[in-house]
Design a protein around this ligand. Structure first.
Ligand code: GTP
Ligand code: MN
Ligand code: MN
Length: 363
C-alpha cells in the first residue's frame, strides 16, 4: 500500500549498501551537523551513538532534494529521536545548539587536532587530552614520547592537513605505476578509496596492486618501496606483511574491518609542478595494498569505501544473508563455502544486492 507522501521517501532502503549515494547532494547543511555529533561520539568512545548519527546523515545524502520541513522526513529509515531533534532545530532556527557547542568545545577541537596527526588514534589522543595537551605543538613542547609513525605525523603535520587534489593523485598514480612496473612487469594497479568514488580531494591516495599470475605478487611491497626510496620519493613508510590464511582467518574473522593484505602506509615526497612555489615539494599520505589475484574483487570492493558503505555491506551480509564479507572473501554460512568472484558485480549479486557503482557509494 502506497502512503500518499513523497514517492522517493518510500523507496529509501534502510541499509546504505541498498541505496545510491552520490558525492554531491542537497542536504550538507544537515549532514555536516550530524557528522559532527557522530565524530564527537567517536571521540568519546561511543561507537553505537557514532554509527547512529552517521547512518542518519547518510540517509539524508541519498535524498533527491533539500529537506525543508519535518514532513519531508516521514517514512525515512535510520532517523532516531536525537537526530530528528537536531534536524528540527536546524530547520527552525538555522542551527543546533548542541552541534554548535560541540563544535566550539575544547575537547572536540583538541581531539580533532590530535587525531588529525598521522599515527594517532582516539585512545592516544584522549590520553593526551586528559594530560592537558591540545595540539601537535603541545606534543613537541612537552617532549612527548612518539613512535616513528607519530614523529612523521608531527613533522609533516601541516602538509598532511592540506587536502590532496585529484591532480596530485594522478601524478602519484603515475609514480606508483612506474615503480610497480619497474619491479614487476604485468602487475595491475588501481586507484581506490575516495578518488575511485569520484572525490575531487582526499586525505590520502589509496592504491591496490595485483598480478594476474597468482603468487607473483608475493613479497612485492619491499621491492616497490626500495625503488621509491632510491628515487628519493619516500619520506616515511611502514610495510606490514600479508598474514591472511583462509583456514585460520576465514569464516570466524572474515567480517572484521582490518584486513591482512601486504600493505604499506607511507608518506610521499611530491615535487610541486610550479617551481615558483615557496618550497619545491609537499608531503602526501599514500596507502599501498597488494592483493593476490583471486582476492582482487573483494579487495577492490573493500578498499573503495566509503567507510559507512563498507560497514553496511558487512552488516547486510551477516544479518540478512548469513554470509561473512571481508576484503579477502565472501563466506556463505548456510552452504558452508567460500563464494569465488572475479568482479565486484558478482559479489553484489551473491549478496542479493543491486550493483552500486563506486561513484554512488558515497554513503
Ligand atoms: P579520504 O582518504 O579521506 O578521501 O577517504 P577514503 O574513503 O579514501 O578513506 P580511507 O583512505 O581512510 O579508506 C579508503 C577505504 O579503505 C575505505 O573504504 C576504508 O574502509 C578502507 N580501509 C582503510 N583502512 C582499512 C583497513 O585497514 N582494512 C580494510 N579492509 N579496509 C580499510
Ligand atoms: Mn583515502
Ligand atoms: Mn587510506
Amino acid at each position: 500500500p502506497k502512503p500518499n507522501g513523497d514517492p522517493t521517501a518510500m523507496l529509501m532502503k534502510s541499509y546504505a549498501c541498498q541505496r545510491r549515494t552520490p558525492l554531491k547532494h542537497y542536504n550538507s547543511f544537515l549532514t555536516e551537523a550530524l557528522e559532527i555529533l557522530s565524530q564527537n561520539a567517536e571521540y568519546n568512545d561511543n561507537e553505537g551513538r557514532s554509527v547512529a548519527f552517521r547512518r542518519a546523515a547518510s540517509v539524508l545524502k541519498a535524498l533527491p532534494r533539500r529537506v525543508r520541513s519535518m514532513q519531508d522526513l516521514r517514512c525515512l529509515p535510520c532517523l532516531g529521536d536525537h537526530s530528528q531533534r537536531v534536524i528540527k532545530e536546524i530547520l527552525e532556527d538555522g542551527s543546533s545548539r548542541e552541534v554548535e557547542s560541540t563544535r566550539q568545545s575544547e575537547q572536540y577541537q583538541a581531539m580533532k587536532a590530535l587525531t588529525g596527526i598521522f599515527g594517532v588514534g582516539v585512545r592516544t589522543a584522549d590520553r593526551w587530552f586528559r594530560e592537558g595537551l591540545r595540539s601537535p605543538d603541545d606534543l613537541i613542547r612537552t617532549g612527548q614520547q612518539l613512535n616513528r609513525e607519530q614523529q612523521a605525523g608531527v613533522q609533516y603535520y601541516d602538509d598532511l592537513q592540506k587536502p590532496v587534489t585529484k591532480a596530485e593523485a594522478d601524478v602519484i598514480s603515475d609514480i606508483v605505476e612506474k615503480a610497480v612496473h619497474a619491479v614487476l612487469p604485468g602487475a595491475e594497479i588501481q586507484l581506490m578509496g575516495g578518488f575511485r568514488r569520484g572525490k575531487e580531494v582526499g586525505h590520502d591516495v589509496d592504491f591496490l596492486i595485483t598480478h594476474p599470475e597468482e603468487g607473483k605478487e608475493e613479497g612485492l611491497m619491499p621491492k616497490i618501496t626500495n625503488w621509491l626510496k632510491e628515487q628519493g620519493l619516500l619520506l616515511y613508510q611502514k610495510t606490514t606483511r600479508n598474514s591472511y590464511l583462509e583456514k585460520m582467518d576465514g569464516p570466524a574473522r572474515a567480517s572484521s574491518n582490518m584486513d591482512r593484505f601486504e600493505r604499506c602506509f607511507s608518506i610521499f615526497k611530491l615535487q610541486k609542478s610550479h617551481q615558483s612555489e615557496a618550497s619545491g615539494w609537499r608531503a602526501v599520505r599514500v596507502d599501498l595494498v597488494v592483493s593476490p589475484y583471486s582476492q582482487f574483487a573483494f579487495a577492490t570492493l573493500g578498499w573503495t569505501g566509503s567507510k559507512l558503505f563498507e560497514r553496511e555491506l558487512r552488516r547486510w551480509a551477516g544479518q540478512e544473508k548469513h554470509m561473512s564479507l571481508s576484503s579477502h572473501a565472501l563466506y556463505d554460512s548456510k552452504q558452508n563455502l567460500y563464494l569465488r568472484a572475479k568482479t565486484e558485480e558478482e559479489i553484489f549479486a551473491y549478496l542479493g544486492l543491486e550493483f552500486i557503482p563506486p561513484s554512488e557509494r558515497n554513503a
